[in-house]
Design a protein around this ligand. Structure first.
Ligand SMILES: *Cc1c(COP(=O)(O)O)cnc(C)c1O
Length: 416
């Protein structure tokens, strides 16, 4: 599209935007002067849908009214409540409903998945991860390696960009797979890297890895609800995500996992709990664990209904809109943002996000000068700063407008 860097042009894009009515479905935080913040931080904490309150109130009321009987008699019975999310999640990550389950939190799920999919032996014990992966993911894989009696020095391979580049080249992953494939047990990548915003080539990496008998898992913290995913078709072994970033379900709300159907019948080793036990027999309180043979078989505990209610509220919006439309607007907004940033003549910032991306752009600030970030924050922008030198900006298609994007640009330009 031929973009223009004027507010009129941005407003024109908003006028044509099919999804613009959804902004009203969200609480946009207000500044002291009563104006709305320019909220570009949905990659860190998504905004609250107005309907979330209703969904939560329903469960509070049913708890008040029914007590324990709510497990069966609540309007949305709590016993199967997690199942009410499965169809929506399946659409978001491109899976069958039997392959997804809402449970725990992201890092916990990463550990649970590694219990099943990281089974190192003397010959094959390495894990491949991005060098700049989110710290929690690094801690998790390192602790798993040590737990199995291996050392991170010999078993953890951290992917690095080539000299002078900021993102990881798939060809370099391919080279490692070709060279050391029979020593690698697991490739664990962020579907969208949290720092650079790079989207990895899911299908290609998965295929290359499987040819060498390597398991593949993705952390979708920055991918779920942001980019189009097709986990079932791509044959990914497992994935995990949180629901409070692009999925707008509130701080610390519970996460989810995807386990490909090809693994469901195998009775894989796992850490077990009663909620993963065959449903018909769960309350017989038998000693022998028989897992449900879907993703649900990895559940441990009965889940927090209030958190699930908040996720359901948000997923109901995703159901209405659909990922197709969402991604289409998202691309347009981020392209516009990139266009605008490229019109600023300065050597003080550099965009490090590659073409393969979701809605986030990562702006590297020369010499890691945090002043710039502090100044735009004072002017009403909510973004986030990641050490050592990056401002992450995420225009979210459900509630951000092209006008937001323009206002962000003009404030940044002014400060620069
Ligand atoms: C946000 C995020 C997390 C957070 O993990 P929690 O267990 O939900 O606290 C982990 N990994 C990545 C890549 C993230 O972006």
């Amino acid at each position: 599209m031929n973009y223009k860097n004027t507010i009129e042009f941005a407003k024109g894009l908003d006028a044509k935007d099919e999804l613009r009515k959804y902004r009203k479905e969200f609480h946009i935080p207000l500044q002291k002067n009563g104006e709305e913040y320019i909220y570009m931080c949905g990659n860190s904490l998504g905004l609250q849908p107005k309907r979330t309150k209703e969904f939560l109130n329903q469960e509070l009321e049913d708890w008040a009214k029914f007590g324990v009987e709510g497990h069966f008699h609540a309007k949305n019975p709590w016993m199967p409540y997690h199942e009410f999310l499965s169809d929506s999640y399946a659409k978001i990550v491109g899976a069958k409903s039997s392959e997804v389950v809402a449970m725990n939190t992201l890092t916990v799920n990463l550990h649970l998945m590694m219990v099943s999919f990281y089974r190192p032996n003397e010959k094959r014990h390495k894990i491949i991860i991005e060098g700049d992966a989110f710290p929690s993911d690094i801690y998790a894989v390192e602790s798993q390696i040590k737990h199995h009696g291996f050392s991170t020095k010999s078993s953890l391979v951290k992917l690095k960009p080539r000299d002078g580049e900021t993102c990881i080249n798939t060809k370099d992953i391919q080279k490692i797979i070709e060279k050391e494939g029979d020593k690698i047990a697991l490739i664990m990548l962020g579907g969208v890297n949290y720092y650079t915003g790079q989207v990895f080539e899911f299908e290609k990496i998965t295929k290359l890895a499987h040819q060498k008998g390597i398991k593949v898992g993705f952390d979708l913290a920055h991918a779920a609800g942001n980019i189009k995913l097709n986990l079932n078709k791509w044959g990914v072994d497992f994935a995990i995500w949180c629901s409070y970033k692009y999925l707008n379900s509130g701080p610390g709300s519970i996460g989810a996992a995807f386990i490909h159907e090809k693994h469901h019948q195998k009775n894989l080793p796992r850490f077990a709990g009663w909620w993963g036990h065959k449903k018909e027999e769960r309350f017989k309180m038998l000693d022998k664990f028989i897992p449900i043979n879907t993703a649900e078989g990895w559940q441990l505990s009965n889940p927090p209904i209030l958190s699930l209610a908040a996720i359901r509220a948000s997923l109901s919006i995703f159901d209405e809109v659909g990922m197709e439309k969402l991604v289409s607007k998202s691309k347009n907004m981020t392209d516009y943002l990139l266009y605008l940033l490229n019109t600023i003549e300065t050597d003080r910032i550099k965009i490090i996000t590659p073409k393969e991306r979701g809605c986030q752009l990562s702006i590297q600030v020369t010499n890691g000068n945090k002043n710039l970030f502090n100044k735009i924050t004072k002017k009403g922008i909510v973004a986030d700063w990641r050490e050592p030198d990056v401002i992450r900006i995420a225009p979210v298609p459900l509630y951000n407008s092209f006008t937001d994007v323009f206002n962000f640009y003009s404030i940044l330009k002014e400060v620069l």
